[in-house]
Design a protein around this ligand. Structure first.
Ligand SMILES: Nc1nc2c(c(=O)[nH]1)N[C@H]1C(S)=C(S)[C@@H](COP(=O)(O)O)O[C@H]1N2
Ligand SMILES: [Mo]
Length: 396
């Protein structure tokens, strides 16, 4: 009994023999019945549609475990998925033919590849904007980095053939609109054709060497690094090659768009002055320690986290303990591949007992860096890449 608990918890239970019979361990995360495959340590923002985020300290792993990966649903996921009979159709006015593939076809006809790719919702950090924006009030947890395995979208598009007038691809998924209406998509977005043809753009069936979790798109999804995760269609059923910017659900109006030129907070912006978000900004997250940690003055504090960008790679990560007056450089790992997050760490010394904040700031290979407190306000609260802050108390 104790042995099986120890293996579930991932550590020996040192005084296990004294644990009263029938008493559950509070450190053991039980399966979450409402959200299959997801840890009950995640934070639920909405349960219809399901939107759940990951507390920063649970993102400390190099690759985000499937049960910790955030979920952003716009609609209701398909209830029963018949993997063997799942069909992906490739069509659209700029496709040379219409082709249909089973998952087995994809696995056998095209080179299977894996990339570690960070996915971040365009609305991550929305909670900090003022005046506030409607929508899920994400704090910092609508991000994760997983190993995705599948086939390159470009290989599949090449076999289908794309016409010279192709400018965009759009996706359709197997989820349904919250209203239950069968002829309304929950979401149907896409990317410019150049993005679709990138080496790391995938049609994936696996996350961290396991099937995709039901809530993350099982059995098939798109994965585009560096773009808002809304482009990475889940429960993927159809890809259309378009001769114009895809006009599916949540491509138009103010969805996943920001003002084409900066505006003052609270400004009303006409739809035609809103531009589609493409590359996501450089960002970082402190995943160790958990905010609120207390340490003795005599010790230095190890800090750790990840940084990511849509550029080639992260160049430096720095930290500050004096509200941004001075910065010190962290150690930084190199990138596994483009769009994988990189890990940083440092040993922090505090001069005297008291309250501190550790702030982290990343700079990428294009010289882009993070704003200390907030980037420009926008009506829908997208693209908040402000420095992440954690609170630390140092005691004598
Ligand atoms: N079919 C479908 N694909 C979708 C969505 C959706 O609701 N339905 N949500 C999108 C949005 S807005 C985001 S941020 C990502 C979230 O991916 P995740 O839930 O796997 O973390 O999926 C995208 N793909
Ligand atoms: Mo999103």
């Amino acid at each position: 009994m104790i042995a099986s608990l120890a293996s579930a918890i991932g550590a020996p239970i040192v005084f296990g023999k004294h644990l009263p019979k029938g008493v559950p361990l509070i450190g053991l995360e039980t399966a979450n019945e409402a959200f299959p495959g997801k840890s009950n340590a995640l934070r639920v923002l909405n349960d219809r549609p399901i939107n759940i985020e990951t507390p920063a300290h649970l993102l400390n792993d190099a690759l985000t475990p499937n049960n910790y990966f955030f979920v952003r649903n716009n609609g209701i996921p398909p209830i029963q998925v018949d993997v063997d009979n799942w069909v992906l159709e490739i069509s659209g006015e700029s496709a040379k033919t219409i082709k249909r593939y089973s998952i087995q076809d994809l696995k056998t006809k095209f080179e299977n590849v894996s990339f570690n790719v960070t996915l971040e919702c365009g609305g991550n950090g929305r909670k900090e904007f003022n005046p506030p924006a409607k929508g899920n009030q994400w704090t910092t947890g609508a991000v994760g980095c997983a190993k995705w395995t599948g086939v390159r979208l470009k290989d599949v598009l090449q076999e289908v053939g794309i016409k010279s007038d192709a400018v965009y691809i759009g996706y359709y998924g197997g989820d349904t609109h919250v209203s239950g209406s069968p002829d309304k998509e929950a979401i149907s977005r896409g990317v410019p054709i150049a993005k679709a043809l990138e080496n790391e753009s995938l049609i994936a069936w696996s996350m961290n060497d396991k099937d995709l979790p039901v809530l993350n798109g099982f059995p098939l999804r798109l994965v585009f690094g560096g773009y808002p995760a809304s482009c990475s269609g889940k429960w993927l059923r159809k890809i259309v090659v378009r001769n114009k910017v895809h006009d599916g659900q949540k491509m138009k109006g103010s969805s996943y768009r920001v003002p084409c030129t900066p505006v003052a907070p609270g400004t009303k912006v006409a739809d035609e002055d809103m531009c589609i978000i493409e590359n996501m900004p450089v960002k970082s997250l402190l995943t160790y320690p958990k905010t609120g940690a207390t340490i003795p003055l005599a010790r230095s504090l190890p800090i750790a986290g990840h940084a990511w960008t849509s550029a080639l790679e992260i160049q430096t990560v720095e930290y500050s303990i004096d509200f941004g007056m001075t910065w010190k450089v962290c150690e930084l790992t190199s990138s596994d591949n483009r769009y994988a997050w990189q890990h940083f760490n440092a040993q922090v010394h505090f001069p005297e007992p008291g309250y501190y904040e550790v702030w982290a700031r990343a700079t990428d290979s294009q010289g882009n860096t993070q704003p200390m407190l907030l980037p420009g306000w926008n009506p829908k609260g997208y693209l908040n890449n402000a420095c992440h802050r954690i609170a630390i108390k140092v005691v004598a």
